[in-house]
Design a protein around this ligand. Structure first.
Ligand code: MN
Ligand code: MN
Length: 468
């Protein structure tokens, strides 16, 4: 072989060469990634709302010996707890063997996804069809949600004080629900509109029936027929719907995409694709050195507000509680804690090259994405992780053979977005954004690479178990 020139040698030393799953991971790891995503697909199909994700998360935690945590209770190293926050967010933690003042290893991901929620007075009929009025949740392109199969998921608190969970449209034998669109032949006026205004928010009415109640004298027979069926199945009346939380989500199951089965399509990868590996990484800890803490957060898609969002105080309440019980100074605990804010990143899509900046975008199959800052318009509204903390994470992943890439969300001034990172870092906790690159983010059916999912899992494992 020819000897390398000085310039070639220098280039090898000085340039950074990004690897991908095919030249940067062993056959064995790629095989493990494929296997890892089999139960992930099951989780996706079972947990389409934050409530369902929390319920699944609790099942997974209990199966591994985790027990509910009560404020003020005694704790010792090795103890495994979960805290169910109103059925909509879940905090899971394992007490480490070292002093709490050395800091907690936190990972946080959200389990709410964009969808279409029912209004509080949803049911009406028009021209022989019964519909439900909706108000969409999170950032959606409204035109993507018409003419696709929808399922209804939710929780209804009845007048008698009992609560009933509903889920219609997921079983193969269930009916599904649907939002109509105008045919192209008559769509000239709609087609001339900018896409963002082509479908009006108030027109996202869901078709739920088209048969009248069989009674000549009854009024509003189509609405009555729907409510009668709902009452028969769940014992719910129109009054109960006024307080209900019911969401329409795509009635589609997670599936492999492409002949090589590297890619996986599903509703709501954002952000269960980070939540699932992150939870699993925490649940697998037995007698860790650091105290390990994982969060399934709610309300990220609408701004992290409310008691179940990351702007709520639960995480710091529990930290304070643990500090009091274990005789640690809460300020020291927080100052020495570290957090992975795990959320998806926009994978580079050559079809939309103009919206990305290729040198700083994230790519499918190049591993977990490390994002120093998010935000928009001159880094507005971001936790900007310090050079020290980013360097720490990069070294940790390199040293442990985890495939990672950096990724900024799109071109400067193309738009942008935020995560829960800024709410956690506000508590004097070093926080960095990590996550899985996603194609068609926020669409009813999103796409990820199985290798990136697995590298995100390995990233959280390595972080939880790092010595320093
Ligand atoms: Mn997200
Ligand atoms: Mn999102």
């Amino acid at each position: 072989m020819e000897e390398k020139t000085k310039g070639q040698q220098l280039k090898e030393t000085l340039f950074y060469e990004q690897k991908d799953a095919f030249n940067g991971l062993t056959d064995e790891i790629r095989e493990e990634a494929m296997k890892f995503c089999v139960p992930y697909a099951v989780f996706l199909d079972r947990a389409k709302t934050e409530r369902e994700a929390v319920a699944e998360g609790i099942k997974m935690a209990e199966a591994r010996g985790f027990v509910p945590y009560t404020f003020g209770q005694p704790v010792k190293a090795g103890d495994k707890f979960y805290f169910n926050n109103r059925g909509k967010s879940l905090h899971v933690f394992v007490i480490g063997s070292e002093p709490l003042e050395n800091g907690i290893r936190i990972s946080a991901a959200h389990v709410d996804s964009p969808r279409i929620d029912l209004k509080q007075h949803p049911v009406f009929e028009d021209t022989g069809v019964c519909y439900l009025k909706t108000h969409y949740y999170g950032g959606i392109k409204k035109w993507q949600w018409v003419t696709i199969p929808l399922a209804l998921h939710g929780t209804v608190c009845k007048a008698d004080g009992t609560t009933v969970d509903i889920c219609i449209g997921e079983d193969e034998s269930d009916p599904i629900f649907y939002i109509t669109d105008i045919l192209p032949h008559l769509g000239r006026e709609q087609s001339a509109k900018p896409m963002g205004t082509a479908i009006d928010g108030e027109s996202l009415n869901i078709v739920v029936g088209a048969a009248p109640f069989a009674d000549e004298k009854a009024d509003q027979k189509y609405k009555l027929n729907f409510l009668s069926a709902l009452y028969e199945k769940y014992g719910i009346t129109e009054r109960d719907l006024m307080s209900a939380e019911i969401s329409a989500v795509p009635a589609m199951k997670a599936r492999d995409i492409g002949l090589d089965r590297t890619l996986m399509g599903a509703y709501g990868h954002d952000d269960r694709v980070c939540a699932y590996p992150m939870l699993l990484a925490a649940l697998e800890e037995e007698n860790p050195v650091h105290t390990i803490y994982a969060i399934f957060a709610d309300k990220e898609e609408t701004g992290s507000d409310g008691p179940t969002g990351m702007q709520g105080s639960l995480m710091t309440d529990i930290f304070e509680d643990l500090a009091n019980t274990m005789g640690a100074n809460i300020h020291t605990v927080r100052a020495n804690s570290k957090c992975l804010s795990a959320d998806v990143n926009a994978a580079y899509d050559p079809k939309f090259a103009g919206q990305f900046e290729a040198k700083n975008a994230s790519y499918i199959n190049q591993g977990v994405v490390i994002t120093k800052f998010t935000g928009s318009g001159g880094k507005g509204g971001t936790n900007d992780a310090s050079a020290e903390f980013v360097g720490y994470i990069h070294n940790l992943l390199s040293d442990n053979g985890v495939l990672f890439q950096t990724g900024e969300l799109g071109r400067v001034d193309a738009g942008g977005g935020g995560t829960v990172a800024k709410y956690i870092s506000a508590h004097n906790i070093d926080t960095i954004d990590i996550g899985v690159p996603v194609l068609s983010m926020h669409a009813p059916y999103e796409v990820v690479s199985k290798y990136d999912v697995y590298e995100t899992y390995r990233c959280v494992k390595v972080f939880n178990n790092a010595k320093n």
